[in-house]
Ligand binder design. Structure first.
Ligand code: NI
Length: 174
């Protein structure tokens, strides 16, 4: 398994739409395994393929708390087929927006249909943190970041800070 470099915003590649996988083959399984290893190493609770520069509809998640057994989920072509009418607010972060967090409002639960690592079609009702996480990761597949759900003022402030951090990092390594 390889640890892949994670793209940090602002970056136009994070705004692109990913393509369906349709069939989980050996290449997709390798991508899933590498993404999971990358997510655990970060560490994070979710990662989408475009964050590692692959425009495929693949996400990985694990919302197990520290000390609990791992609960890895690998999903290809995830699709929300039902969503709660009631909303939930959760403070979100993202490996592509390191050190920045903001409250985001989303449906409190969703049912997601996806292909698992063995290409079996499954359905999962996600609630609580998992509901937030799976919606956040599916957003990535459509080029949407959590900051796209908050006010333009707050979004621009976060993106400006990230750009500034990138520039000073570039200077340091130049
Ligand atoms: Ni993210």
């Amino acid at each position: 398994m390889a640890i892949l470099p994670i793209i940090v915003a602002p970056d136009s590649r994070l705004k692109l739409k990913s393509q369906p996988v349709r069939q989980v083959d050996a290449e997709t399984r390798q991508l899933m395994d590498d993404m999971l290893a990358t997510m655990y190493a970060a560490p994070g609770i979710g990662l989408a393929a475009p964050q590692v520069g692959v425009l495929k509809r693949v996400i990985v998640l694990d919302v197990a708390k520290e000390g609990e057994d791992k609960q890895p989920l690998m999903m290809a072509d995830p699709e929300i087929i039902a969503a709660a009418a009631e909303d939930m607010t959760y403070e979100e972060g993202c490996l592509s927006l390191p050190s920045h967090y903001s409250d985001v409002v989303r449906p409190a639960w969703v049912t997601v249909r996806y292909r698992d690592r063995d290409n079996t079609i499954r359905e999962l009702k996600a609630e609580g943190l998992l509901a937030t996480c799976v919606q956040h990761e599916i957003d990535h597949l459509d080029g949407i970041l959590f900051v796209d759900h908050i006010s333009a003022l707050k979004r621009n402030m976060i993106l400006r800070k990230l750009l500034k951090a990138k520039k000073s990092q570039a200077l340091e390594t130049a």
